[in-house]
Design a protein around this ligand. Sequence first.
Ligand SMILES: Nc1ncnc2c1ncn2[C@@H]1O[C@H](COP(=O)(O)OP(=O)(O)OP(=O)(O)O)[C@@H](O)[C@H]1O
Ligand SMILES: [Mg+2]
Length: 272
Amino acid sequence: MPKIEDRDRYRQELLMKCFHRNSRESTIINSLLAMNSASLLSQPIISAHNLNHYFGQGDLRKQVLSDINLELYSGEIVILTGPSGSGKTTLLTLMGGLRSAQSGSLQILGQEILGASTQQLTQLRQQIGYIFQAQNLLEFLTAKENVRMSLELHDEYLEQDIDAKAISMLEAVGLGNRADYYPENLSGGQKQRVAIARALISHSSIVLADEPTAALDRKSGRDVVEIMQQLAKKQGCTILLVTHDNRILDIANRIIYMEDGRLVRQPDSVAV
Ligand SMILES: Nc1ncnc2c1ncn2[C@@H]1O[C@H](COP(=O)(O)OP(=O)(O)OP(=O)(O)O)[C@@H](O)[C@H]1O
Ligand SMILES: [Mg+2]
């Protein structure tokens, strides 16, 4: 795929050539180039090539991810499913910069993770929202303070009214009236919605969710993923969601299936 600079130079040259031609012709060429540039700009947000991962040392070394090739694009909701122990959480944590890549290539937001320094990984993590099964809310902070915390990590928000932002995000997930509650006084579904608000408030371009509905009843689980879907659409962020929950598969643009550390095609033409 040509680089953006090459495209721009090519575009300039073509426009110069078109200069003496009739205007209709140059309009057509111009719009073709515009279409081309739109497709060039839709580079993957996450791109893994021949990614392998191992746990343990020596005789106990065990391969848990094998030759993972995967690209996630802006605004996509991708569901990752597969049997217990197949490597889903391991892949998710690699994609979130929560563990170092060992072999192959993994690019996140244009940055190669293989060989990245701790500092680079830390910076990367600030651009990613995480939602886990156990919501990891801080018990000694209220719902609002838990959500606010995400913004406190970003210098650009320090001048802004982050309390108001946190409250409006809680309103977006239907918890405007629970802003001052501590997690112990919230239901599982409500806590999960606070976790969503926290993951999405800083407009992360990537949200990684590991079994966000596992502890929830049918209705709360559905509410939680629909809120994620709506907010993601509004913010244009990419969501990678690991789940065993068949009832939420329909929210995905794409479903990928993992078995024994590999991404495999499913018989019913699930895209990989
Ligand atoms: N820190 C670790 N050290 C050693 N082995 C690990 C570690 N974390 C995971 N594993 C092993 O790696 C394999 C993949 O685990 P992983 O947690 O990625 O699976 P999973 O698909 O998320 O499973 P589940 O659906 O049960 O959450 C498993 O065999 C697991 O035992
Ligand atoms: Mg898991």
